[in-house]
Design a binder for this molecule. Structure first.
Ligand SMILES: O=C1C[C@@](O)(C(=O)O)C[C@@H](O)[C@@H]1O
Length: 146
């Protein structure tokens, strides 16, 4: 079992991109923190990022087949992608939708998520710390059948 931390478009730009909104921590920094947390919790965590929707869909399909829990920051696809939602609907081992920023305090179009109805829960607005909280949550469910 691997906890997958999947990041969609433009999230490879974290740290440089709109720092007033997303902060100055890079995705590589997030990965470093998550690997330390994984060692502490005794779980395996794998962080990935893609700007290609077909690649993301493939990862979600593979997670569904493997029964792996997923933390997903869908980036802009949150608000546009029925295809990503359909893929996520197959996940059975837990799905945390994650947003670094508080999407509800921004433009109106960010308030709607295609993913939320098929997610276990959502973390938004807690900065990159949200990734650690999401991994802790999914790790706590491992082996509980929840
Ligand atoms: O790319 C992103 C990042 C985001 O998912 C976040 O992490 O806050 C919020 C989305 O609205 C935006 O398109």
């Amino acid at each position: 079992m691997t906890i997958l931390v999947l990041n969609g478009p433009n999230l490879g730009r974290l740290g440089k991109r709109q720092p007033e909104v997303y902060g100055t921590t890079t995705l590589a920094d997030v990965d470093e923190r998550l690997q330390a947390l994984a060692a502490q919790l005794g779980v395996t965590v794998e962080l990935r990022q893609t700007d290609a929707e077909h690649e993301m869909l493939g990862w979600v399909h593979a997670a569904a087949d493997a029964g792996d829990p997923v933390v997903l920051n869908p980036g802009g696809w949150t608000h546009t992608s029925v295809a990503l939602r359909d893929a996520c609907a197959e996940l059975r081992a837990g799905l945390v939708e994650l947003h670094v920023s508080n999407v509800h305090a921004r433009e109106d179009f960010r308030r709607h998520s295609y993913v939320t109805p098929v997610a276990t829960g959502v973390i938004a607005g807690l900065g990159v710390e949200g990734y650690e909280l999401a991994v802790r949550f999914l790790a706590s469910r491992v082996g509980t059948g929840a």
